[in-house]
Design a protein around this ligand. Sequence first.
Ligand SMILES: Cc1cc2nc3c(=O)[nH]c(=O)nc-3n(C[C@H](O)[C@H](O)[C@H](O)COP(=O)(O)OP(=O)(O)OC[C@H]3O[C@@H](n4cnc5c(N)ncnc54)[C@H](O)[C@@H]3O)c2cc1C
Length: 291
Amino acid sequence: MKPAPFRYVAAYSLDHALALKAEHGDEARFLAGGQSLLAAMNFRLAQPAFLIDINPLRDLDYVRRGGSVVRIGALTRYRTLQRDPVVANHQALLAEALPHVAHPQIRNRGTLAGNLAHADPASELPAVVLAVGGKLCARSVKGERWIAVKDFFTGPLSTALDAEEMLAEIELPDLPARTGVCFLEVARRRGDYAMIGVAATLTVDAGGTCVAARLTYCNAGGTPVSASAAAKALVGRRISEKAIGEAAAAAMREIEPPGNVHASSDFQRHLAGVLTRRALAKAHTRAMSAA
Ligand SMILES: Cc1cc2nc3c(=O)[nH]c(=O)nc-3n(C[C@H](O)[C@H](O)[C@H](O)COP(=O)(O)OP(=O)(O)OC[C@H]3O[C@@H](n4cnc5c(N)ncnc54)[C@H](O)[C@@H]3O)c2cc1C
């Protein structure tokens, strides 16, 4: 397949890219890694009139540590994130999920910002950013605004970004001391989108009692899904097999996976229960060894 005709401009600065987006609005798309956009264009599922290539904007390719957050620029590729010691040391959940995203060739080009802006509910990284409570910086010619990740995803392939805005930076906060994390998924083949995936975070106090927990899922709804009631029910409890089993059962009831050609809704729910148990057990072990 070939894409429908479009105009292409390589941006020479962030201001240039934003000015073009302001001028062309919804008719224009930013081209980042191209690993979703170009496939969609070739299948004519997307027919933007205008592509604004941000690949020349090397200033947007960074991982920075500041205070207790990690900042990731719009052009930072998965491959960079996988190799970055700041990510390895401070964003263990992201580091654990990245190898599940597609294949090395795609990770050489694909970007975290492109992934989040694409907003595929089956994608791993929106669930990860939701689990750690990230914030997203939207930039336009009018300035910038920060969007909490819980407000960013508005539906399948749909976000809170305005037509003029670029997702310019992702800010990921450190998780508290004595936090363990775990990302697990089941996919039919290595590199496929997950049939279901879970991101778990668990924080314990010095005595081993849970003080905070989060459970988020990919491919469990129209956006990344949080099983907040199931996670909240762990707070105040000592983590045991019983507590983990109850949380997994509660999460199975809380999520509403849509089912697809590869897995029925019931099968997805079953997988979510199994993965939740395993992810919480692993996160707990890690939290205790971090104590
Ligand atoms: C074979 C294959 C398997 C894959 N498997 C997986 C998988 O298992 N899990 C997974 O998560 N993904 C998977 N992907 C998708 C891949 O992760 C993409 O890289 C990602 O979805 C988009 O990132 P990108 O940088 O390539 O963005 P692009 O394809 O360039 O852009 C995607 C969309 O986001 C917009 N956009 C890009 N950057 C910005 C920005 N900074 N601000 C605003 N809008 C922006 C674009 O205009 C476009 O609409 C797969 C892709 C392929 C081809």
